[in-house]
Design a protein around this ligand. Structure first.
Ligand code: TYD
Length: 148
């Protein structure tokens, strides 16, 4: 059973491509006094959100990410400001400029990602399909390429 699960993960991970990523319009409730964007569990896509975290106070010129995940799926949202997410499947790279709080980038498992070009005061909100698990990370690019 465990072996079967590992095979499934490896299969899923090796087959995913940057073209499986997409921008999802979360919509917004507009009002002259401002906007509201709502994310409800199961409301926007293929996974239930188990964890939310925020990346903020990123110094100018710094980049984040630099890893892939075996299993984790994420929606990445520029809750404030802007930044760039580059995804890489070992063959192709795609770059997404995020600057709208109502737009989410869906990242599937098995893609290397880098985040850079953070504007001052920007907030990167991440909705994740799993709790934090260091063993789900691939932090070595050579290992990532080998697995892919
Ligand atoms: P990491 O995901 O590598 O950050 P980024 O992709 O933004 O560069 O996380 C950096 C560290 O933060 C990691 O070593 C442990 C800690 N961390 C947690 O404890 N829980 C979490 O949910 C996350 C995302 C990170």
């Amino acid at each position: 059973m465990i072996l079967k699960n590992l095979e499934n993960y490896a299969m899923k991970l090796s087959k995913s491509t940057v073209f499986d990523c997409s921008i999802i319009d979360l919509g917004k409730v507009e009002n002259r006094a401002g906007n509201i964007t709502v994310v409800e569990n199961n409301g926007i896509g293929p996974f239930k959100v188990k964890r939310i975290y925020f990346l903020y106070d990123v110094p100018g010129g710094e980049s984040r990410g630099g890893h892939a995940h075996y299993e984790l799926e994420q929606y990445i949202i520029a809750a404030s400001g802007s930044f760039v997410v580059i995804v890489d499947d070992g063959v192709n790279k795609r770059s997404f400029y995020l600057n709208r709080p109502n737009m989410a980038l869906h990242i599937v498992p098995g893609l290397w990602r880098e985040l850079d070009g953070f504007s001052a005061g920007s907030i990167c909100m991440v909705l994740a399909s799993q709790e934090y698990l260091e063993t789900d990370y691939i932090r070595d690019y050579k290992k990532f390429i080998t697995i892919k």
